[in-house]
Design a protein around this ligand. Structure first.
Ligand code: PEP
Length: 258
């Protein structure tokens, strides 16, 4: 049997990303960044602000020289062409964007993004040196039916189809149960840990234990300053993707959760 190199959890740096969704004009973005920057810049975790496209130049300018990275919330699966209203990976890369959220449940729900498209977007983002934050997660109905693990395993497998191990290692997966997003009801730490562990396991099956041990898996869904520490201290949870609370002073507390 092939021996796989193992890696301790301690070597995975936590990553906490704020998903601003469709909020904040450029001037509002300026105010929010001014408020959050000091506390976020000294955090031990990697911190990312995933801002609307129009706020990217402001964010990059204000965060120049800081440890905070800028992310986008979506990207098209092709380099260029007749895709009115879309933004490509080369465009984001040239601006200086580092991360991009792909497959958020709101894009799956409102813009009919299916697993195969998510896979294409991940490949395109990586081809241009962007780090994908790939969202997976079940609906409340799926959880009630007891198919959460199967469903999330399948989503993860399709998302990573055809991606080489060295690329896969850099990807961040965000486990976001849909019933917890924007509802004020976060998953219990043990529920979130169970699914994040299952995601790591499927990555180990697809690649090896080295890739599985290196990949960062976040939890997302109504994270607050009060719940962050218990969630992020779970063995297989390497930080969070934060929506509502990333628009407030709470985000500074969340990134300094420990
Ligand atoms: C999100 O948008 O990814 C999210 C987790 O939102 P919220 O924290 O508001 O639930």
């Amino acid at each position: 049997m092939r021996q796989c190199k193992t890696m301790s959890k301690a070597t995975r740096k936590k990553i906490i990303a704020g998903n601003w969704k469709m909020n904040m004009t450029p001037s509002q973005a300026r105010d929010l960044i001014n408020m959050l920057k000091p506390a976020c810049d000294t955090a031990e975790s990697d911190v990312v602000f995933c801002v609307p496209y129009v706020d990217i130049p402001v964010a990059l300018d204000m965060l120049k020289g800081s440890k905070i990275s800028v992310g986008a919330q979506n990207v098209h699966c092709r380099d260029n062409g007749a895709y009115t209203g879309e933004i490509s990976a080369p465009m984001l890369k040239e601006l200086g964007v580092k991360y991009v959220i792909i497959g958020h449940s709101e894009r799956r729900q409102f813009f009919a993004e299916a697993d195969a498209l998510v896979n294409m977007k991940i490949k395109k983002a990586m081809e241009h040196g962007l780090i994908p934050i790939v969202c997976v997660g079940e609906t409340l109905e799926q959880r009630k039916q007891g198919i959460t693990i199967d469903f999330v395993r399948t989503q993860t497998k399709i998302a990573l189809m055809g991606i080489a191990p060295d690329d896969a290692k850099q990807i961040v997966i965000a486990y976001e149960p849909i019933w917890a997003i924007g509802t004020g009801e976060n998953a219990k730490p043990e529920q979130a840990e169970e699914v994040c562990r299952a995601i790591r396991q499927v990555i180990g099956e697809m690649y090896d234990t080295n890739v599985a041990a290196n990949m960062r898996i976040q939890y997302g869904g109504s994270v607050t300053a009060a719940t962050a520490a218990e969630l992020f201290n779970q063995p297989n949870i390497d930080g969070g993707l934060v929506g509502g609370a990333s628009l407030k002073a709470d985000f500074a507390e969340i990134v300094n959760y420990s």
